[in-house]
Structure formats: structure tokens, C-alpha cells
Design a protein around this ligand. Structure first.
Ligand code: CP
Length: 362
């Protein structure tokens, strides 16, 4: 990691002198602090597929790297050079507002070139497979693929079959790692730590990749997670995870420090998991009335998009405890950090591979 930070600081100085971008001396202090802090740790993953496989040290490392990138978005010229000359492909097979645009902006701010791939306007509609599509894009010289797909495991499949870095932007019900990271980043930024916090994740747990990634990130950082929802939206595997389960929002609302309201994923529901949306809202909606019983400093979160009036009342979503838009803002710094780190690991592994080849020629 020392190399990573050193590279960045060298880039920082050369950038400062050869461009008109708006870097300041305080940036140097920040970078130097990161160099010192990161001496003992080396990031090695060229893919980010999920948070389940990450250690707490790796998660904290991403969050700390994101902190360094947060400053860039506050400047008049919002650019830094680490991915200059690299190509990032946004490969989205499902709709997205936040994740897609956040990755595009993150790549842009790190000076990468971006290809926006859309399934509907591609040769996938003519029968081309996911792997063939990715391999053809790779033949054009791409460096990082950001993929969202309705099939669980799609990102992992790509990572095993292409040389580019792969970042999972949501795969089926499995994981949405950058959402999990930006959620813990947001909590940590406001509360200082996740250690000892009680966090309720409420709603459609069964179909939520956000619930899974959040749960891994939050518990690894020391929080206690409670899954809350109707039995019909609570997966059977919940009992095998490091969480507790409640079927009553009224029982947990007074106890928690953070509440993360999930969207009902109507597009993924097989049948009717509740009699009516009105009934769901009555028992599991975050209303102003319920908020009166919550801790005064409770953080109200939602990954978006929000179904206003269903899982959360508008007055709560826009209220003083809501950090929903902070989550979106923080997502940008987190995604910059992820793109930066996977690219750095790939560059390092490329160097090691070349080194091995020189020692043991064919
Ligand atoms: N939170 C989230 O993944 O939102 P999008 O579907 O808009 O990307």
C-alpha cells in the first residue's frame, strides 16, 4: 500500500506542476498522512465482487482511501490523474440512476475514458452472450468493467474470464458492494465508528443485495444488525447469518442508532408477499409517528430509489435525520477509491507476472 500512496503522491506533485488543476498544499499533508498510515498494508484485489470475502482491514482501507478522494469533489476543477489513459466500461444490464452515474463521474474525476454500454443498444439483443460481449470490449483495450446484472454471480463469471478489473455494481440478489461501502462510510463519517451501533435493515430482505452487502460490511466493522420485515420477505438463510431477526418494526424502532429502509423490489416479487401496500406501510413504513419513538440522533438511510409513502413517508425521507442524499454524495468518493485500488492492484500484478516470465522463460 505504501507503493500505492507513494505513486499517488508523485502523481500529485507532477500534476500540480504540469496542469492548472486546483490542488492545494493541504492535499499534500493528507496524502503524507495516508502514506504513513498505509505502510503496513498492501491492497491486492484487482476485482471487487462482494464484501463477504473482504476483511475488516480491507473495508477500512477502502473507506480511508475514499476519505482522501472526498476533497476532490469540493474543488472548482474536480479532477485528479490516477486513471489517466485507462478505460472504464459501465456495463449495465439493469436500470440504474445512482450507481451508474456515480461510477461514470468517479471514473471521469480520476481522468479515465468511459464507455457507456447499454444492453438495449448492444448486440446482446442479437443473441451475443455476456462473455462474448465482455471479450469484444476487452479486445478494444479496456481496463475496468463495472457490471450490473440480474443474474447472481455475473461479476464473478466475468472476473474469471477477462483480464480487466471487474467491479460488481449489483448482481441479482447477491451483493451490491459499493452500496454497502458507501453506507458504512456515511455512518462512520457521522457517528465516528460502527463499533457497538445497533442497525436495523428494514423491508424486503429476501430480494435485497443491499441488505447482504450492508450486513457484511456493518458486522465486520463491529455493528449489531437486525433484519426487520414480514416473514414473507425474510429469507430462510437469515438464521445462518450474524444478524438477529425481528418481524416488528415497532419493537426495534426505539433501540436502534441507524435505520436503513429498503425498497420493495416489485420487479423481483414472485407472488404477493403482503395483502396490500397499505398494510405493508402500516406495519413496516417509517412514518413520522414511529420517528417520535426513535432516538433523537437516529440516522435514516435508504439506498434509493424511494417509494415515497410506502416504505418511508416523505416527511421522514426529507427530514432532519435523513442522510439519504449524503449516501449518494459519499458514493462518489467510495467509487473513486474502488476504481483507483483495483487498477493499482492490476498494475502491480501485471508487473509481477512480467517479472516471473523473465525468470522462467518458456
Ligand atoms: N442504490 C442503487 O443501487 O440505486 P440505483 O439502482 O439507482 O443504481
Amino acid at each position: 500500500m505504501f507503493e500505492t500512496k507513494l505513486f499517488w503522491s508523485i502523481e500529485f506533485w507532477s500534476f500540480r506542476f504540469v496542469s492548472n488543476f486546483d490542488f492545494r498544499i493541504s492535499d499534500l499533508h493528507e496524502v503524507m498522512a495516508l502514506i504513513k498510515k498505509g505502510k503496513s498494508f498492501k491492497w491486492h484485489r484487482k476485482h471487487l465482487l462482494g464484501l463477504r470475502e473482504l476483511s475488516s482491514e480491507e473495508i477500512i482501507y477502502i473507506l480511508d482511501t475514499a476519505k482522501g478522494f472526498e476533497q476532490i469533489s469540493t474543488r472548482s476543477v474536480k479532477k485528479a490523474p490516477p486513471l489517466r489513459g485507462k478505460v472504464v466500461v459501465n456495463m449495465f444490464f439493469e436500470d440504474s440512476t445512482r450507481t451508474r452515474n456515480s461510477f461514470a463521474l468517479a471514473a471521469n474525476r480520476l481522468s479515465a475514458d468511459i464507455i457507456e454500454f447499454t444492453e438495449k443498444a448492444s448486440s446482446v439483443s442479437k443473441g451475443e452472450t455476456l462473455l462474448d460481449t465482455a471479450r469484444n470490449l476487452e479486445a478494444m483495450g479496456i481496463d475496468i468493467v463495472v457490471i450490473r446484472h440480474s443474474a447472481g454471480g455475473a461479476a464473478k463469471l466475468l472476473s474469471r474470464n477477462i483480464n480487466a478489473c471487474v467491479v460488481n455494481a449489483g448482481d441479482g440478489f447477491c451483493e451490491h458492494p459499493t452500496q454497502g461501502l458507501l453506507d458504512v462510510y456515511t455512518i462512520r463519517k457521522i457517528k465516528g465508528t460502527l463499533e457497538g451501533l445497533k442497525i436495523a435493515i428494514v423491508g424486503d430482505i429476501a430480494h435485497s443485495r443491499v441488505a447482504r452487502s450492508d450486513m457484511w460490511a456493518m458486522t465486520k466493522l463491529g455493528a449489531e444488525v437486525i433484519f426487520v420485515g414480514p416473514p414473507t420477505l425474510m429469507p430462510s438463510w437469515a438464521s445462518k447469518l450474524p444478524v438477529s431477526v425481528s418481524y416488528s418494526l415497532d419493537e426495534v424502532i426505539e433501540k436502534v442508532d441507524v435505520i436503513n429502509m429498503l425498497r420493495i423490489q416489485f420487479e423481483r416479487l414472485g407472488g404477493n408477499p403482503f395483502p396490500s401496500v397499505r398494510e405493508y406501510s402500516h406495519y413496516f413504513g417509517l412514518t413520522l409517528e414511529r420517528m417520535k419513538r426513535a432516538k433523537p440522533d437516529i440516522l435514516v438511510m435508504h439506498p434509493g430509489p424511494i417509494n415515497r409513502g410506502l416504505e418511508i413517508e416523505s416527511e421522514v425521507a426529507d427530514g432532519r435525520n435523513s442522510v439519504i442524499l449524503d449516501q449518494v454524495t459519499n458514493g462518489l468518493a467510495v467509487r473513486m477509491a474502488v476504481l483507483f485500488l483495483v487498477n493499482q492492484a492490476r498494475a502491480q500484478q501485471g508487473k509481477e507476472a512480467k517479472h516471473e516470465k523473465r525468470i522462467y522463460p518458456d
